[in-house]
Design a protein around this ligand. Structure first.
Ligand code: GTP
Ligand code: MG
Length: 433
């Protein structure tokens, strides 16, 4: 059971650290030169989900332990990792290649931050008119070469061992890929996806490549953030990329605009509703405690509105996180002590905990996530309408408000120590699927 981690990846100066700073309270160093980041930075971002408090008329009482809930829009924490930039040849150790690839082992999903403005070249150096379309495939290719290269180097030995111990293909691949965070479930899905059925000792180089390709899809679901949309040349590059790639995996963003707006909001110059184009100033709200703007600041805000907010509807950074959570298929689940008040014994803590769990997590697995004591003394579980649910039932949006019954009183914190975003991971454990 590990927290879910989403990693920002991409070439140097694409805006990975800026993105982290824009969506979390981290203060990663940002610079217009390659390899500003060497050691990974991390922060917690909050992404919005629909909170059941609204449906049950409890919005005014809703009391999240982490994040916040505003009129039924609940902001749930998730860990974001910002790693060193990757340059061509990284899989052969160029730049900070090996370290970068090592850091990736912890990630569950990737956000590939692409500088869509064409103002940085393949190595992250300042330029003009660079075509970013190649960056998308290049990054995947680099990760592919890293894994394929490592397998290919010792293929003879892998196959000899495979034959000697009469292992199944999945078992052998699992041993080889577990260093990249592969579980048996992921390996099985990889084999299904690749369509490869031949015995391992007959695999050609092309077969190994095909399997690695399928593995990348299963192990590292990726969202592409086309960043720096505020810059002039971004437009034409965006339309070119959108025509070529799956639009469901692409989000437009301006990390710079988001950082700017959040900073002004913090300094009380504006009211800014993250994820929207809604910016209000003292002029809009004369009776508010907002500070007045000088002409220069007013001009900068208008520029961000014209170039980003009014054009694209938002700075896009929140959409990037939402998409990444969506590709992982995480399900929000709410452990409660009472199915009528959703509160603690003292009437407080309404919908206090929200845990994002992996798809396929069962009720009993969820009990263990909330607190091992609950799983140990588990008697049963009920959902809305006091409807009984089985311990092997999969949790979905239909039964995700759950009251556990236990054979003895568990520790007072036991129904609600669920921390941030966690789960019985189909990535981090071999849960039954
Ligand atoms: N115009 C514009 N500039 C941006 C945006 N995001 C980042 N930048 C700028 O791009 C440069 C590089 O940003 P970083 O966030 O340091 O990039 P990085 O990907 O973390 O780079 P490395 O740590 O070197 O790998 C900085 O000058 C940022 O201010 C954006 O949305 N718009
Ligand atoms: Mg950086």
């Amino acid at each position: 059971m590990k927290d879910v981690i989403i990693a920002c990846v991409g070439k140097p100066s694409a805006g990975k650290s800026s993105f982290l700073n824009a969506v979390t309270d981290a203060t990663a160093k940002v610079g217009n030169y390659p390899f500003t980041t060497i050691k990974p930075n991390n922060g917690i971002a909050y992404f919005p989900i629909e909170c059941p408090c609204k449906r049950f008329g409890k919005s005014h009482l809703c009391a999240p332990r982490y994040g916040r809930c505003i009129d039924g829009k609940r902001f749930v924490p998730i860990q974001i990792l910002d790693v060193a930039g990757l340059v061509p040849g990284a899989s052969e150790g160029q730049g900070l290649g090996n370290q970068f690839l090592d850091d990736l082992r912890h990630a569950n999903a990737l956000i590939h931050v692409v500088d869509v403005s064409g103002t940085t070249d393949a190595n992250g150096k300042e330029t003009i008119g660079y075509d970013p379309i190649g960056d998308i495939e290049w990054l995947r290719g680099e990760i592919h070469s890293w894994i394929y290269g490592n397998l290919n180097k010792k293929w003879g030995q892998i196959v000899r061992r495979h034959l000697a111990i009469k292992a199944s293909t999945a078992e052998t691949l699992h041993t080889q890929l577990s260093g990249y965070g592969a579980t048996l479930v992921i390996v099985q899905r990889t084999l299904d996806r690749s369509g490869v059925k031949d015995a391992m000792d007959t695999w050609e180089k092309e077969t190994i490549k095909k399997v690695v390709d399928a593995f990348l899809d299963e192990r590292f679901p990726t969202i592409i953030a086309l960043n720096k949309i505020d810059l002039p040349d971004s437009d034409k590059n965006i339309s070119k990329i959108m025509r070529k790639y799956d639009q469901n995996k692409i989000v437009l963003s301006s990390a710079l605009a988001e950082t700017f707006l959040r900073k002004l909001a913090k300094q009380k110059f504006i009211n800014y509703e993250e994820g929207t184009d809604n910016v209000q100033t003292k002029e809009d709200l004369p009776d508010s405690d907002l500070k007045s703007l000088d002409d220069k600041l007013q001009g900068r805000i208008e520029k961000v509105q014209d170039l980003v907010l009014y054009r694209y509807g938002s700075t896009g950074v929140q959409d990037v996180i939402l998409k990444a959570v969506e590709v992982l298929g995480l399900v929000p689940a709410f452990p409660v002590k009472s199915l009528s008040t959703f509160a603690n014994a003292n009437g407080k803590g309404v919908f206090r905990d929200c845990v994002m769990i992996w798809p396929g997590t069962t009720v009993l697995e969820f009990a263990d996530i909330v607190h091992p004591e609950i799983a140990k003394h588990y008697l049963g579980a009920e959902t809305i309408g006091n409807r009984k649910i089985g311990e092997d039932d999969i949790i979905t949006s239909e039964n995700n408000i759950i009251c556990f019954k236990t054979s003895q009183a568990t520790h007072s914190s036991a129904t609600g120590t669920a921390s941030t975003t966690t789960g019985s991971s189909n990535q981090s454990s071999n849960s039954k699927k």
